[in-house]
Design a protein around this ligand. Structure first.
Ligand code: SF4
Ligand code: SF4
Length: 115
């Protein structure tokens, strides 16, 4: 690419956009960002079918799936799961299904003070 070509597209000083700040991702649960009480449906896992592919971990927008300490089972976080069911869609092993909150004794819809 010639120098002239580059100069042609040089952004004028007054239109330059300053470098953005880098905001580190939250590394732990954020008490001010609880989204579990939005949920009307929840993902339910069948551990027999789960292959530990980690797709649910990757696709969950709220980081609600993680491996247990032994690395043998996926663990779900009900405090932050908003019930979007993306994980159910993305599970290649058909190990996740959706169930209504009303089907659970401690379901969000039944709590006096949800989280
Ligand atoms: S339903 Fe949505 S928020 Fe809940 S675990 Fe699945 S992907 Fe995450
Ligand atoms: S996406 Fe499905 S198979 Fe993969 S780890 Fe999650 S529940 Fe298991």
């Amino acid at each position: 690419m010639s120098k002239n070509y580059c100069e042609k597209f040089r952004i004028p000083k007054h239109l330059e956009v300053p470098m953005g700040a880098v905001i580190p991702a939250p590394v732990k649960e954020q008490p001010a960002m609880k989204t579990g009480n939005w949920r009307t449906e929840r993902p339910v896992i069948d551990h027999e079918k789960c292959t530990l592919c980690l797709n649910c971990f990757v696709f969950c927008p709220d980081a609600c799936w993680h491996l247990d300490e032994k690395g043998e089972r996926m663990v779900w976080n009900p405090i932050y799961c908003k019930g979007c069911l993306i994980c159910v869609e993305e599970c290649p092993a058909d190990a996740l299904r959706s169930e209504n909150e009303m089907n659970f004794k401690g379901g969000v819809a039944r709590l006096d003070k949800p989280y």
